[in-house]
Design a protein around this ligand. Sequence first.
Ligand SMILES: Cc1ncc(COP(=O)(O)O)c(C=O)c1O
Length: 382
Amino acid sequence: MQPVLKSKQPKVGTTIFTVMSKMAHDYGAINLSQGYPNFDCDEKLKELVCYYTKKGYNQYPPMAGVMAFRESLAEKVSRHYQVDYHPETEVTITSGATESIYAAITAVVCSGDEVIIFEPAYDCYAPTVELNGGKPVFITLEPPTYQIDWGKVKNAINPKTKLIIINTPHNPTGTVLSPSDLESLAQIVKDKAIFLLSDEVYEHIIFDGKPHQSLMLHPTLKERTFVTGSFGKTFHVTGWKIGYCLAPKQLTEEFRKVHQWLTFTTITPVQYALAEYLKAPENYIHIPEFYQKKRNIFNEALKASRFEFTPSSGSFFQNVNYAKITDEFDQDLSKRWTKEIGVASIPVSVFYHQQNDFKVLRFCFAKDEETLKIAAEKLCKI
Ligand SMILES: Cc1ncc(COP(=O)(O)O)c(C=O)c1O
């Protein structure tokens, strides 16, 4: 008898990112759908990876990451945020932020636990909660501001609430949390056994002089938070899949128990290369202006269009509202425009579990200037 595998994720099919990238390829459209740069990383960084590869740094590194790298990351965090994490016990290198998210959720969530997720949400949060027997409790954020209503969060909390997942700067909306958001969250969780997972992969992609509000900055939040980041996003190397988790010792201990069974550790020469690269602040302090320029070029060109939009405050995504043009379902529209207009986008309804259609499309502006201008020109013709 051939066994029949009962899916643990029956609702999960091919993701929209795969669908839209394939469509962009098949129809020769400009691909502003999936979130990755169409330009290369710094030559210096590539040379460092080559150097450490050739020098023979090619065997398993320690489970939690190369010590020199954890030290270099802890120093960078301390320089940038004036917050200390101990490299030995509170810093873990992972295979992308995705692994950190999986490990943190798995370390915390037990069967029946509830996890608050703000929608629209990055796609891996809810499935990971469910794979661990947890129950996602969704709180809807609505355009144009996508502000968190902390009153709703308070009402959603009950004794089963174990974790709240935060993402700032936010994918897909490009919004960022403010110091008062951090304070509201702290007031809500301070007397409760609730943990936090803060997805901060776009920490350096933040605009208009706004400082990034990492959850580590608030002591009440820091003591219960897994902060995750991604070197893929920060250094334009999304294919390297290398990230990290910062968390207090007791949380890190449980996090590493999961991490060791997931991947055990992460590519060695890249860790040595990044350890060295991170030491120079000039390698990351200019990232906000680098991406702000791209956002501005795209938005400036889009001013001649019929879209309505608020400039993105962070991440490399710009959302636009198309309600004045058509009332088509966003998922149908983004496919149609990929074919007919030649620009691929992501329909924002895919980030809501009930596919709420607010007539919003997401465009990724992590592209060279020429590509952004040509894409905007096509969009302005609609
Ligand atoms: C909000 C968010 N979190 C996590 C990730 C995954 O990061 P990584 O590629 O380092 O796994 C992404 C990638 O798109 C993202 O947008």
